[in-house]
Write a protein that binds this ligand. Structure first.
Ligand code: C5P
Length: 405
């Protein structure tokens, strides 16, 4: 498997009878050209010896967070950064619960928490444990966070029961690892996004801005990058970390945002205008702090450029996606906005206090395009972003196949 050559896989092994299959998985991964380093939990040692996994991986097996010899050679943070992929196989119910809770009480969970690379779990447990609502809840939490769940399969279990909870076979896991390293659905595409608010200076200490947190735009950038796109994010002032694999350009004002977008737009396939760009800016930004001498004061405002409409009006525009945050009749206003601005797709949402939207962690969207619409239900923004990216990629592909015929 050429895609596996030189890939660095950190294989976590937690306590379950399926751990004996991990030995075969290591052989397959190495035969496919990958480098494997193994981290075992305490419980895993009850099922397979570190010596076996060390011999098969050709590397010392790591077991403890507090092992001075190993920490000196490659500390746990270095180990987290070393990997291209973390695969936990088998992932026991307990191990999944600890990762879902964000715990860092042993080496494996600490690495999972510290790492920014994709994480995949191959669950293996008794069918009753898998079906328990506590595990179901953990699975949903993990999936929302972008952690991949490979399996489990159904069938006979070591405990004598039958049902879902068997770890996938090593060959199946090898195949999934290979897919992970192949290009995602957005592989080869270049995506440019705007996010966050803009700040329009009144004087050196005051500005006009809005309530946008940037969360939706950042979640979209992360979701496009996770699908293999080359992503550039032009961001207004926000307090959010840059998603892994995303190139970020920080700006303050609408004019700076426009300049940054125009410098990048030529080479992008998809443009997403997610920023809440201030519609107006003070006509003059005063050079010195304004004194409160007058009882009233007027601030003259001028219109800012509409970045999204400008991009959509280019001679050979990218596929354009806009947002419409409305306090009433969102679908009607959004459809109108889509036509006026000439964009391919628009995502409408209500920004009434009870409805998600600005500053909130959850949102729901109605996505509209020429001749179609899709409702995306109320969910957290990272999950919503994945749903929206999937729809954008479908419509982008349809437009391209229509242009090709
Ligand atoms: O007209 P309205 O501000 O409601 O339009 C919202 C959409 O247009 C969003 O996608 C936003 O990012 C984009 N926009 C822009 N430049 C502006 C105003 C809005 O790109 N000056």
């Amino acid at each position: 498997m050429a895609v596996m050559h030189g890939r660095k896989i950190l294989l976590g092994v937690s306590g379950g009878i399926a751990a004996y299959k991990t030995a075969q998985l290591i052989r397959l991964l190495r035969a496919a050209g990958a480098e494997v380093r193994v981290v075992m939990t305490r419980a895993a040692e009850q099922f397979i010896t570190p010596m076996t996994l060390q011999a098969l991986s050709g590397q010392p097996v790591r077991q403890s967070l507090f092992d001075p010899a190993h920490e000196a050679a490659m500390g746990h943070i270095e180990l987290a950064r070393w990997a291209d992929l973390i695969l936990v196989a088998p992932a026991s119910a307990d191990c999944m619960a600890r990762i879902a809770a964000g715990m860092a009480d042993d080496l494996l969970t600490t690495i999972c928490l510290a790492s920014e690379v994709p994480i995949a779990l191959a669950p293996a447990m008794n069918q009753g444990m898998w079906r328990n609502s506590a595990t179901e809840h953990n699975v949903r939490t993990l999936a929302r966070r972008g952690i991949r769940l490979w399996g489990p399969a159904e069938g006979d279990q070591a405990c004598g029961e039958t049902g879902p909870g068997r770890m996938l076979e090593p060959e199946q896991l090898l195949h999934l690892v290979g897919e992970c390293f192949s290009a995602g659905a957005a592989g080869g595409l270049t995506v440019l996004l705007t996010a966050g608010p803009t700040r329009e200076p009144i004087d050196p200490v005051r500005f006009i801005s809005n309530r946008s947190s940037g969360k939706m735009g950042f979640a979209l950038a992360a979701a496009f990058a996770a699908q293999g796109a080359e992503v550039t994010l032009v961001s207004g002032p926000v307090v959010l970390p840059t998603p892994p694999g995303v190139r970020r350009i920080d700006v303050e004002t609408a004019l700076e945002m426009e300049a940054a977008v125009m410098a990048e737009v030529e080479r992008c396939d998809i443009f997403v205008g997610c920023a809440a760009v201030a519609d107006y800016r003070p006509a003059q930004a005063v050079g010195q702090k304004i004194k409160k001498t007058a009882q009233t004061r007027d601030i003259g405002l001028v219109r800012n450029p509409d970045i999204l409409a400008t991009v959509a009006a280019r001679p050979r525009p990218p596929f354009t996606v806009g947002f419409a945050a409305e306090t009433e009749r969102p679908v009607e206003y959004a459809q109108e906005k889509r036509k006026v601005k000439g964009v391919d797709m628009i995502a409408a949402n209500l920004v009434a206090a009870s409805q998600g939207g600005f500053e909130r962690d959850e949102n729901a969207l109605t996505v509209l395009w020429e001749g179609g619409r899709k409702e995306l239900p109320m969910t957290d923004k990272p999950h919503l972003a994945q749903l929206l990216v999937t729809q954008v990629l479908i419509n982008y592909a349809e437009r391209h196949s229509a242009e090709d015929t």
